[in-house]
Design a protein around this ligand. Structure first.
Ligand SMILES: [Fe+2]
Ligand SMILES: [Fe+2]
Length: 210
């Protein structure tokens, strides 16, 4: 049994959230006082949240999606699946270039280097997300079993900051993504989780300063 491609909508929601977050980081750099240790620490915290969430998203795809699809994929599909993993590796390298500048932010004279590195990452990530949605996901949907798909979804749900991520995915998103995100939780759980998650996210935003 295969899985309908529409079941992968949370993947697309996450992609949009990653791209919005890079825009947020870039625009924060425009008014960041690099002599203010609190502002710099807030920026670094938000960057780490982004990069850890992105790494976990890719790790789950690398563990559950591409290898499972590879077992049944034809030669042309294999090329696409290998490209997915290679693009993750390129993104990890681009993230490390940003990390190298973010970790020493207070020692730098200006934000030009980090802005350039983040912009490179944004371009790579936008390309990968489109490629994955248009070419990678349809192949995975064709071959993955419901059981494997459920395991993939469970890894995201069971993360320690999963509720923070749900509220973050909705920040700045259009109404259909907001309703689509929360509707993934069963109604009784949603009533409990949504306000708590929103409070937790607002606190995170306040503590980071943006
Ligand atoms: Fe993805
Ligand atoms: Fe991906």
């Amino acid at each position: 049994m295969t899985v309908a491609p529409t079941k992968f909508r949370m993947n697309m929601f996450m992609h949009r959230a990653f791209l919005r977050e890079i825009d947020r980081l870039l625009s924060r750099l425009g008014n960041l006082d690099m002599n203010d240790s609190e502002q710099v620490a807030g920026f670094q915290r938000r960057w780490r949240f982004f990069t850890e969430t992105l790494a976990a998203h890719h790790a789950a795809e690398d563990q559950y999606l591409w290898p499972i699809a590879e077992r049944s994929a034809d030669a042309e599909e294999q090329v696409v699946l290998h490209a997915m993993a290679a693009e993750h590796t390129a993104l990890e390298e681009a993230s490390q270039s940003v990390e190298a500048t973010v970790s020493v932010l207070m020692e730098r004279e200006d934000t030009k280097g980090i802005t350039a590195a983040l912009s490179d990452l944004a371009g790579l990530l936008a390309g990968h997300c489109l490629h994955e949605e248009h070419a990678g996901v349809p192949i995975v949907a064709k071959y993955i079993s419901q059981e494997d798909f459920d395991s993939f979804m469970a890894t995201s749900r069971n993360r320690s900051n999963a509720d923070l991520i749900l509220a973050w995915v909705c920040d700045g998103a259009p109404p259909e993504i907001i309703s689509g995100t929360w509707s993934m939780l069963p109604a009784p759980m949603r009533v409990m989780v949504r306000p708590r998650a929103n409070r937790k996210y607002r606190r995170f935003v306040t503590e980071c300063g943006f």
